[in-house]
Design a protein around this ligand. Structure first.
Ligand code: UDP
Length: 307
């Protein structure tokens, strides 16, 4: 049985990962300060599960062995990280440093969850891992983009200086059960609005694109990377690209709602197009998503209705 720390384990991705690891038979220590995660996500009556309430900006003292650390702790929704830009930056900078030190101390494998946001508003499409990105270093998204980029550079520095066993994954838009229902992101907003028969808020003209990955697909990719020989960075996401308008229409159709669309200003620095090139994940991990947008949205809508 492996002993595994999951930071951000009470969040959307983290709570899905904790469940996945427990099913595999591992011992899981979930570390979260509940700033964007929620205790209701981890109501897990399991002997091999432990929750530690802790803000990783402070060093984490942990007795005993640790085999692996999945470092997911960070706000990730644009409205949320923009409302707490300093906390976001310090979590990704000082928090990541604290966890890297712990990994070195315990001789544990360290997996850092980076983001497609490191590509900013990309000028290369689809995005490959060797693209350095187009990020506004002082814009409203920079607290997230730049601190995630710093986190990647810090992992590489621990690897170069101390031979730390690190892995970097760049996660593209993901959705599914246990996502925060009021996180202000596009999938949750549209599902809430369509279920309540309220107007659907389209930012800009809705022609900007994203590529949405169902959470189970993403979690299996993260697990494969952690247990592979590959270091990354590696993109994980679903390469099916859709416009925001297409997403809105699909959600309306699945819910059977006829909410009107209201067009609002496009937020500053909102990336125009985003689509992962996942050739590397296919080659190195034998991974690709299996769940279609339609099937994934059905499961997510059920979660929103029933929880
Ligand atoms: N968006 C929208 N309406 C909403 C919320 C978001 O049109 O109610 C758009 C947003 O401007 C962006 C895309 O949907 O182009 C995805 O936004 P989200 O906040 O989910 O995450 P991002 O991919 O920008 O980090």
């Amino acid at each position: 049985m492996k002993k595994i720390i999951v930071t951000g384990g009470a969040g959307f991705l983290g709570s899905n990962l904790c469940r996945y690891l427990l099913e595999k038979g591992d011992y899981v220590i979930c570390v979260d300060d509940l700033s964007s995660g929620s205790e209701s996500n981890i109501k897990l009556e399991h002997d091999n599960f432990k929750f530690i309430s802790h803000n990783i900006i402070k060093p984490l003292e942990f007795e005993g062995e640790v085999d692996q650390i999945y470092h997911l702790a960070s706000r990730a929704s644009p409205p949320d990280y923009q409302s707490a830009p300093i906390h976001t930056m310090l979590t990704n900078a000082i928090g990541t440093n604290n966890l890297l030190k712990l990994a070195l101390d315990k001789n544990a494998v360290f997996l850092y969850t980076s983001t497609s946001e490191v590509y900013g508003d990309p000028k290369v499409h689809p995005q490959t891992e060797d693209y350095w990105g187009n990020v506004n270093p002082t814009g409203i998204r920079s607290c997230y983009d730049e601190s995630k980029r710093f986190g990647e550079a810090l992992c590489m520095s621990y690897y170069r200086k101390h031979n730390a066993n690190i892995k970097i994954v760049r996660i593209f838009n993901t959705y599914g059960p246990f996502m925060q229902k009021n996180d202000g992101r596009v999938v949750s907003n549209f599902i809430n609005q369509a279920l309540l028969k309220k107007p659907i808020t389209i930012y800009g003209d809705g022609k900007q694109t994203r590529s949405f990955c169902y959470v189970n697909d993403l979690i299996s990719g993260i697990f494969l990377l952690m247990n592979s020989k590959h270091m990354g960075p590696v993109n994980l996401g679903n390469p099916k690209e859709v416009t925001v308008l297409e997403l809105a229409n699909k959600i309306q159709e699945l819910i059977g709602s006829k909410s009107e669309f209201v067009f609002k200003d496009l937020p500053k620095d909102d990336p125009l197009r985003r689509q992962p090139d996942i050739s590397l994940a296919k080659e190195k991990l034998g991974w690709e998503p299996e769940i279609s947008l339609e099937d994934g949205l059905r499961k997510t809508i059920d979660y929103f209705k029933n929880s």
